[in-house]
Design a protein around this ligand. Structure first.
Ligand SMILES: [Zn+2]
Length: 203
């Protein structure tokens, strides 16, 4: 698949429809950064939103994946197989991101604990070093948390417990949301209700 060609095709259809990148992103419940990545040929739309995207752009999946309008119909089956394959890839990629998140949380928690502990133990003898270590440990814990949250935000979607809508919320909402594990209290953009949104890997 020619990502660059597909990207240019998406961009031209989007403009034909009079959508900005932000409008298209909003309709699909994804970030406009994702749309910009497709259009620059740096990534392909996730299989899980491909059909919705095709619907919005008035093309079929064959056309999307070949980056041009085509009249043939016997490729439909091939495209469907491609989608199944890509959905698997998406799930795999998101699983890896979430695993990375857990590893980062564990490593930064343990190392910041050790650094802060060392700071506290040293403080009576070397106050300056002790304070620096305490600050460094805290900063490390904070950076680890933010980075891990970014990974969680980018992996898959959050599912509204009320209406079942799956979406990607803004990063700021995710960071400040009450959570346990990767289940976060968020407001659903579809039904507007607040609830504990579970992390799901595909749309
Ligand atoms: Zn909802």
């Amino acid at each position: 698949m020619d990502q660059e060609k597909i990207g240019k095709f998406i961009a031209s259809l989007r403009k034909e429809k009079g959508f900005t990148q932000a409008v298209l992103a909003e309709k699909l419940g994804i970030t406009d950064r994702a749309v910009s990545k497709w259009e620059n040929g740096r990534s392909l739309p996730d299989a899980s939103i491909m059909l919705e995207l095709c619907g919005l752009l008035d093309i079929n999946v064959n056309e999307l994946l070949s980056g041009e309008r085509i009249a043939m119909e016997n490729y439909e089956q091939i495209a469907e197989q491609t989608i199944v394959e890509m959905k698997k890839q998406e799930e795999h990629k998101n699983k890896k991101l979430l695993t990375a998140e857990s590893v980062i949380v564990a490593i930064s928690a343990v190392s910041s604990f050790v650094i802060i502990l060392a700071g506290l133990l040293l403080a009576p003898y070397r106050p300056t070093v002790g304070v620096i270590l305490c600050y460094a440990g805290t900063a490390l814990a904070l950076c680890g948390t933010i980075y891990a949250t970014t990974l969680e935000h980018d992996a898959g979607y959050y599912e509204c417990p009320n209406c079942g809508n799956r979406y990607v919320p803004a990063m700021s909402e995710v960071i400040f949301a009450v959570h346990y594990g990767s289940t976060r209290k968020l407001r659903c953009p579809c039904c507007g209700k607040k609830g504990y949104n579970k992390k799901v890997l595909t749309k």
